[in-house]
Design a protein around this ligand. Structure first.
Ligand code: GRG
Length: 297
């Protein structure tokens, strides 16, 4: 399969749905709706929604039913980026080459846009208009998985330890692993687990997809660490080397660049081996695992 064309086609599918699901700028309150749309449509790669749909497809499910959950993952991801950029956190002026939300709308609206995106995401997944005919217990399991992975046992927890570790001289591998698997990995894992549940996965399929998600989630963040060092400013959309300048806890900082590359490759292989029993329906998941460690942005 040709991954570039596949990603482009899935990206359009997700973008069209996000446009339908997100509140219009013409609806009150205009400022927050404008801010929500500004960040959602700022050029993200849509990795999490695409993974969710690919996991649904891998277990033989109908991706049409998984579109709202896919969009919800992107809304949660966007909320996390808006809040991560705030002065109280990373204090970034630019993301993906554009001014950050608080620079355009002010800090209060940026915080509220993030809050609203997080909340709207759960409204969307639980919306009875899109879940008619779905198994209610599967839907509950999806909501529980996403909430667990987004909260303090997941992404928020990773962000807290990341912030608290910044500038510390004696970060060990276990701490970096915790940060990466929670801050970035948890939402990626939640995306594939949610997709598999919505696709009607068996117990064995769900276990395999979970293994895939954990490996790919960690690989994604190690690749991000490596890109921060090796990528050009244009490719990564932030100042190259900014992790090091900030004293961030990263894989290269703890184990060096070449061991980090090996680890990212090992995680990709672990993800691929988790899918061994799957048919060609899982080829998009396989290709995405390869892409995640090779990506340039
Ligand atoms: C504020 C609760 C809270 C959490 C923030 C995810 C996160 C936690 C912060 C983002 C900081 C960051 C840049 C992490 C590196 C990995 C990462 C998540 C990169 C951005 O994800 P991509 O590459 O972004 O999927 P696009 O721009 O394609 O949407």
């Amino acid at each position: 399969m040709e991954l570039k064309a596949y990603m482009k086609e899935r990206c359009t599918l997700v973008d069209d749905a996000l446009d339908r699901f997100l509140p219009r700028e013409t609806e009150l309150p205009h400022s927050v709706h404008k801010a929500m749309r500004y960040s959602v449509f700022a050029g993200g790669k849509r990795v999490r929604p695409i993974l969710l749909l690919a996991a649904c497809q891998a277990v033989g499910g109908d991706i049409g039913r998984a579109i709202p959950a896919a969009c919800a993952m992107e809304m949660i991801h966007t909320y996390s980026l808006i809040h991560d950029d705030l002065p109280a956190m990373d204090d970034d002026d630019f993301r993906r080459g554009n001014p950050t939300s608080h620079k355009v709308f002010g800090e209060a609206i940026a915080i509220l846009a993030g809050d609203a995106l997080l909340t709207e995401a759960f409204k969307l997944v639980s919306d009875p208009r899109f879940s008619a005919g779905s198994d209610p217990s599967a839907l509950l399991a999806v909501i529980h998985e996403i909430a667990t992975c987004a909260g303090s046992y997941g992404m928020v927890g990773g962000q807290v330890i990341d912030m608290e570790s910044e500038g510390s001289k004696d970060i060990d591998l276990a701490t970096v692993q915790y940060i990466h698997t929670h801050k970035t990995g948890a939402l990626i894992k939640a995306a594939v687990v949610a997709g598999a549940i919505l696709g009607g996965a068996s117990v064995e399929q769900l276990a395999a997809v979970t293994r895939y998600g954990e490996a790919v989630g960690l690989a994604f963040q190690i690749a991000d660490d490596i890109l921060d060092i090796e990528g050009t400013t244009e490719e990564i959309g932030k100042d190259a080397g900014s992790d090091q300048a900030r004293g961030k806890a990263t894989y290269p900082a703890v184990m060096g660049l070449s061991a980090s590359r090996e680890e990212a490759g090992a995680m990709r292989d672990e993800a691929l081996s988790a899918l061994e029993a799957f048919s060609a329906d899982a080829d998009p998941l396989r290709e995405i695992a390869r892409y995640i460690v090779q990506r340039r942005n």
